[in-house]
Structure formats: structure tokens, C-alpha cells
Write a protein that binds this ligand. Structure first.
Ligand code: ADP
Ligand code: ZN
Length: 724
């Protein structure tokens, strides 16, 4: 037999099929060890065939990897082929998406134990009278059956080796699965669906369209709908994929999923150890678990017979991959849903403008949930005009309105959340005499002051610098701190309310395996009165005692040079506001801004998604922005400026030819330096395009694949989430 093998090397020179000899144990999708260029490398079998064009004597033999099943099923192989063609990446890169890293790198050994059992009836076993330990072990095995070798040896020293030599026992290896949820408390709640929820479930099942958009306000019970759909699939023996942003996999969510689905669910999240993740993946592959739950990458779960795919918070930017292949989760999900003939459910309180348009146009079905489950109104959002505060001489980060509400909240023993999407103490350090700004040596960005470590940090590469005592340019001693960050907020709050217990949640406080779980848990257990945090506090958390949310700087995300910044601002405000007043007490939100007339903020304070959408879509149409066009950025990065510019020129000329041949397909075409000229010592250039016709996309990928080389990375980004 001949195996067509892709070697696991992500380079274009080795990106082709190699024929190898193999035996029957190797099938399509098997992982193999293949002799390649004097080394043994890992490979994937794409196809098995009878004969090869390569002369038999030149063919080498591959050996199977020690997997009990081929690691990749047929659907995964086909999907990998599609991604390869779509994004022009080496096949190995696409195939890697389907395997846990732990498996590829071979870092995790399967956890196995040896067991011994007798090969003969005890009457036929002949042992001398003084072989006490051996006799003891045989009697033990006759009584108790199969026993772990370690235990036998402990009780009867040397018995395993002794008996095995005589052929009286057979030793077998068995795989032990690590259970990451051992000892995790479960809360078993089964709820009757409300009429609205029932109707939603019914519609999703009956509507013939593949994609179903569930547009429901925060707290409208979307999660319960997902769980019902998954449970119904399970009853029919079908499997499901349930995707959430990583940050939504809170302890509450995990225990809810565990108690509902037990061992049927495999939950893949960053809190697991490598070994645990590997075992969960394997449980899915063998079919022991039928529900894959996790962030973006769980869309590649190795399951068959899919009954439903769910993408919660579908607007979340974490669903777009930022490394090659730069797939969008929705595209992959749609391929899988179509292949399996199942539904793809998207859920959000604030769907992406593109998604909502497709639903309004009838391509997706649209299901609305307008009310919170407990009929509680959404919290009132009041705008605090920070220009007025400044005029009144208040230069602090807190408006009068927010302070008043915080005092009420604290004295009533309730909890507050303050949101500011900027970590550190202050964003920049500036010399008041000469205007010098402290910048990172490896990146073209200013440094953020972190007071707890008394250092300057680069938020792009993580580099740390000692704090300055004087300006390195002019020697001036007057350094000013601009741009308040979360650390500064905590310090200021502590001064205002010395008795308040304050927690901070941002990238600096959540490192480590269970970083953010610990903070969320402490806050949920009311071990703190105020939680100050960045973006990561906005999503999916359910804290019943929170009655106040403060949005400290609502303008921040508005002024990004990104066509989605208005939409992001609306989403963020709605999400953060949704944390307030989820239980009995009424909630309130104070939104601080220097631009109180801004229409995006106006729509957000009225929770008017429809209004915002209509306004946004007409703007996008007028400007010919997505979904009326596609933005494509080709990013060229490299450590050597000259080599990078050379590669840029190659790409640019290839693309320019394309542009002159198809001028009608391009609304915009330009090459320039990227907004951030250098990150982690890599120079960055870009060619920016806006396409009215995406039929030129394959040619763009083609041009870029040609310009890539060992020193320069050339990547194509479609509608990039981040244009820095
Ligand atoms: P969403 O995902 O839409 O933000 P959730 O699913 O978190 O909303 O539901 C909001 C709250 O309502 C949760 O505390 C949940 O436990 C509760 N809930 C959901 N469905 C029901 C139901 N049918 N009966 C009672 N409580 C429910
Ligand atoms: Zn840096």
C-alpha cells in the first residue's frame, strides 16, 4: 500500500504530497512518523492508494504514530483542504488547526497504567513453595482479577516481573483519562423554558435556513436556549459544538455545563493543563464526549455527526484568527454546518453590523428576545458630561454623578463595577519641558507607567524599563503622567473610599492558569465592593449584587481609525451596562464622556440597537465600507528594514498589476508604513485595499505567497479587526 503523506513542516518548499510505503494499520487521517531528509518527522496521511509513480525501490516506509484511532477524520481532512485553498497556506499549517498542540509536539504522554491478569487457571500454575511473593500475588489475582501492577509489586515485591517471565500473567497498558473537574461542585438546575425561549428553540429547529441569528438583550436567557438545543441533539445521539469567547468560560458557566452534561461535554479552555486539554480532545475523537465547548479553536473539534453549532457573542473580535491561516470562525462553522446538514446558531445582544444585515436581508433567520427573563428593565444609563466637570474644576476621573451613585451603592452594601479599557497607572510619561515621550526601544509606541512595579511597560511586546527620574533628552525633572489607567483608578478610589474593598481585573492581574477565575470568584462571593477592570469584565458575567456600573471613558474606543469603532463602542457599552441590576435590585449605569451629543452614545443609552443599526448601515453604504466592500490589508514585516522594503516592493508591483488590470474591483489602493512602524523589532509596512469585487482575492493571496521569504512575513488580512 502507498500512503500520500503531508510532512508536518510549515514551509512552502515541503508543501507537497510525498508517497511512502505503508501497511494496513495506516489509513486516511493517520498520523505517521516518516523518514524525511535524513530525519524522522511527523506526517499526516491524506490518502491511501494502490500504486505510486515513484519506482518502488525509491519509496521509504512510514510508521504509525501510537494513536488508537486516526487523529483526523474525513470531514477534518476535507476541511483542511478547503482552508489551504482559500488562504493559500501550506497544508501542514491547516492540518495543525485540527490537533491539540500538545499532541503534535509530543510533549504530553498519554497517562497509562499497567495491569496484570492471570493467563491460566490457578490450578495449573506451578510455583515452588518458597516463592512466597509469587504465590501470594497469584492468589490475590485469582481472587480479585485484573490488578494494577504497581499495587501488586507493592504488596508482593518483584511478583510482576517474576510471574511475567514464567508466562503466568499478561501485562496490559490502559489509558487513564485525567479528569480536570474532579471535586468541582456542581449545581444542577433544570429550568422550564419561558414561552419566548420555547418559541426560539422551535423556530431554530423548524426554519429551513442554515444560519439562525438569536438577537436577545443581555439576560434574556440565550444560554438556556443553547443548552436546550444541545440536550436535544444529545438525546438523538448527535454531537454539538458550543463556542464562547474564552473569557465567558467563568467558573459558574463551567459548573453549569458540567452538571448539565457531565462526561458528555469536553470543555477546552485555557485553565486546563496541557495533559487535560489533550485528554478532553481525545474524548471527543473517540466519541466518548459529544459536546465540544470552548473558544475559537474548538470549531476544529474532531467530532462527527454534528447536530448543531452555536457561536455565542458572535460579534466578538476573538472569533477572527490573527495568525495564518487567518480564518474567521463563522466561515469554518458554516462549512461544517452545511456538510453535516445542521443549524448554525449565532447569538448576541449586539450583532455585528454585517451579520445583522444578512439576517435583515433574509439570508439568515432572525429571532428576537426583547425582554430580560426576570422582566426587569435594563438598567438606566445616565450620561455624565465631563466637559462640565472640568469647567467646575473637577479634574478627577470620577464625575459628581458617579461619586454620588458610588456612595449610595456602597452604603447599601451593594457592588459596583468600573470599566476603563486602559491598564497600567498612566498611559504615557511626558517631559513637561521638552515634550519628550518615553517610548519602547523595540516598538514604535509610548510606554505605560505601572506603579505597583514602579516601571514602564510596553503593551505591545511586554518589555519593562526602569522608571525615569529625569528626562533623558533635556534632563528636566518635571515629568507628567497622561492618560489614566486602571491602577490609577484603584489608587484614587482607595483615597476616596478608604474602607471600600477593591479588586482590579486586567491583563496584569490575571496571569497564570486561574488568574481571572480567582478574581471573578472573589467578587461573586462579595469579598470586594468594587471591581475595576478593562474589556475583560464586560462579558457574560452574572453578579446579582451589582447595581452600579461606571463607564469611565466612553469616548476611548470611538476615535480609533477603524470602520468598526462605532459598532465596538455601542457593543461595549451595552455589554458593560448589562452587568448591572441583573437580580432584584434595580441597576444604574453612569457613562462619562466629553462628547455627550455623540449619536452612538445616544443610541447606546436608549438600548436602541435597531436605531443604531439603521444609522450605521446607511453610513457604511455611503462610505462604501464593509459589508458593502471588503478591506484587505497586506502586512509586510521583518527585522531587516531593507529586506522588508524589498519584499514590500515585490508585493506592491504584483498587486499594482492586478489593480491596473481590474480597476473596477478596487475602491482604494495604496501602500504605506503601518500606523505602528515597528513592533518587537520588526519593521511594518502595508498595502491597503478596499475591494468592491472579491473575485480578485485569490490573486491577492497568490501574489503574497510569492513574495514571502525566510526573512519577511507577508500576511493577508480581510476586514482586519485591528489596523495598528
Ligand atoms: P443571556 O445569555 O441572554 O445574557 P442568560 O442565559 O445568562 O441570558 O440568562 C439570564 C438569567 O436568567 C440567568 O441568571 C439564568 O439563570 C436565568 N434564566 C434563563 N432562563 C431561565 C428560565 N427559563 N427560568 C428561570 N430563569 C432563567
Ligand atoms: Zn515594545
Amino acid at each position: 500500500m502507498i500512503a500520500e503523506v503531508i510532512v508536518d513542516i510549515a514551509a512552502s518548499e515541503t508543501d507537497r504530497i510525498y508517497d511512502y510505503l505503508c501497511d494496513q494499520t495506516i489509513v486516511e487521517g493517520s498520523r505517521v512518523r516518516a523518514p524525511f531528509g535524513g530525519k524522522i518527522v511527523a506526517g499526516f496521511v491524506m490518502k491511501i492508494k494502490e500504486s505510486s509513480d515513484v519506482p518502488q525501490e525509491k519509496l521509504k516506509k512510514v510508521f504509525p504514530a501510537p494513536d488508537e484511532l486516526p487523529a483526523l477524520n474525513k470531514e477534518c481532512l476535507a476541511l483542511a483542504e478547503k482552508l489551504t485553498a482559500r488562504y493559500r497556506v501550506p497544508k501542514a499549517l491547516a492540518l495543525r488547526l485540527f490537533l491539540p498542540t500538545e499532541m503534535r509536539t509530543g510533549k504530553v504522554r498519554e497517562l497509562t497504567k499497567n495491569y496484570a491478569e492471570l493467563t491460566l487457571p490457578i490450578g495449573e500454575i506451578k510455583l515452588s513453595a518458597n516463592a512466597k511473593n509469587l504465590r501470594g500475588a497469584v492468589e490475590y489475582l485469582a481472587r480479585n482479577g485484573k490488578t494494577e501492577c504497581a499495587r501488586l509489586n507493592e504488596a508482593f515485591a518483584g511478583s510482576v516481573a517474576g510471574l511475567e517471565k514464567k508466562g503466568y500473567i499478561r501485562v496490559t497498558k490502559e489509558q487513564i483519562l485525567r479528569d480536570p473537574y474532579k471535586g468541582m461542585e456542581t449545581e444542577s438546575i433544570s429550568r422550564t423554558l419561558t414561552p419566548d425561549q420555547k418559541h426560539a428553540v422551535q423556530t431554530i429547529k423548524e426554519d429551513p435556513r442554515t444560519v439562525q441569528l438569536l438577537h436577545g438583550v443581555t439576560g434574556s436567557g440565550k444560554t438556556e436556549i443553547y443548552l436546550t438545543l444541545i440536550a436535544e441533539c444529545l438525546k438523538q445521539g448527535k454531537s454539538s459544538i458550543f463556542l464562547v469567547p474564552e473569557i465567558s468560560l467563568t467558573p459558574q458557566m463551567l459548573s453549569q455545563l458540567r452538571s448539565r452534561f457531565g462526561k458528555n461535554a469536553a470543555i477546552l479552555h485555557s485553565g486546563l493543563s496541557a495533559g487535560e486539554r489533550f485528554d478532553e480532545w481525545w474524548r471527543l475523537r473517540t466519541g466518548e464526549a459529544k459536546i465540544a465547548i470552548g473558544a475559537r479553536s474548538a470549531i476544529f473539534a474532531p467530532i462527527e455527526n454534528l447536530g448543531v453549532i452555536i457561536i455565542d457573542e458572535e460579534h466578538d473580535s476573538s472569533y477572527a484568527s490573527e495568525t495564518a491561516p487567518r480564518y474567521t470562525t463563522f466561515d469554518v462553522a458554516l462549512l461544517r454546518a452545511k456538510k453535516n446538514g445542521c443549524k448554525l446558531v449565532l447569538g448576541s445582544a449586539t450583532p455585528a453590523t454585517e451579520t445583522y444585515k444578512r439576517a435583515k436581508d433574509g439570508e439568515f433567520s432572525l429571532i428576537r428576545l426583547r425582554k430580560r427573563i426576570n422582566q426587569k428593565p435594563l438598567p438606566e444609563i445616565v450620561i455624565a458630561d465631563m466637559r462640565r466637570e472640568v469647567r467646575r474644576g473637577n479634574n478627577s476621573a470620577f464625575s459628581g454623578a458617579l461619586k454620588e451613585e458610588m456612595e449610595k451603592c456602597l452604603s447599601a452594601g451593594q457592588q459596583a463595577i468600573l470599566f476603563l479599557n486602559r491598564r497600567g497607572y498612566s498611559q504615557t510619561v511626558i517631559c513637561k519641558e521638552c515634550g519628550y515621550v518615553a517610548k519602547c526601544e523595540a516598538c514604535d509606541v509610548s510606554l505605560t507607567y505601572h506603579r505597583d512595579e514602579d516601571c514602564l511597560k510596553c503593551h505591545y511586546c511586554g518589555a519593562k524599563y526602569g522608571m525615569l527620574s529625569a528626562c533623558p533628552d533635556c534632563g528636566g525633572k518635571k515629568l507628567s503622567y497622561a492618560g489614566t489607567g486602571t491602577q490609577r483608578i484603584v489608587a484614587d478610589l482607595q483615597k476616596l473610599y478608604p474602607k471600600a474593598r477593591i479588586l482590579r481585573m486586567d491583563n496584569d492581574t490575571t496571569s497564570g492558569k486561574e488568574g481571572h477565575y480567582k478574581i471573578l470568584k472573589a467578587f461573586a462571593e462579595k469579598k470586594a465592593d468594587i471591581l475595576v477592570g478593562t474589556q475583560m469584565i464586560a462579558k457574560g458575567h452574572d453578579f446579582p449584587a451589582v447595581t452600579l456600573v461606571g463607564i469611565l471613558d466612553a469616548d476611548m474606543s470611538l476615535h480609533f481609525s477603524d470602520y468598526r469603532s462605532r459598532e465596538r463602542t455601542f457593543q461595549l457599552i451595552t455589554q458593560v451596562a448589562g452587568r448591572s441590576g441583573r437580580a432584584e435590585e434595580k441597576g444604574k449605569v453612569v457613562l462619562q464622556t466629553f462628547d455627550p451629543e455623540n449619536e452612538v452614545l445616544r443610541y447606546a443609552t436608549r438600548y436602541d440597537y435597531e436605531g443604531f443599526y439603521e444609522n450605521e448601515i446607511s453610513l457604511r453604504a455611503a462610505m462604501a465600507f464593509p459589508p458593502f466592500s471588503k478591506i484587505v490589508r497586506v502586512l509586510v514585516t521583518g527585522e531587516d528594514d531593507k529586506k522588508t522594503i524589498d519584499a514590500l516592493k515585490d508585493v506592491y508591483f504584483a498587486l499594482e498589476t492586478l489593480y491596473t488590470q481590474n480597476p473596477e474591483a478596487f475602491l482604494f489602493f495604496n501602500k504605506m508604513r503601518a500606523p505602528i512602524k515597528r513592533i518587537q523589532n520588526k519593521y511594518r509596512y502595508q498595502v491597503l485595499m478596499r475591494l468592491s469585487d472579491t473575485s480578485v482575492l485569490p490573486a491577492i493571496y497568490e501574489a503574497c505567497a510569492g513574495a514571502r521569504n525566510r526573512d519577511v512575513l507577508v500576511s493577508v488580512e480581510e476586514n482586519p479587526a485591528n489596523l495598528s
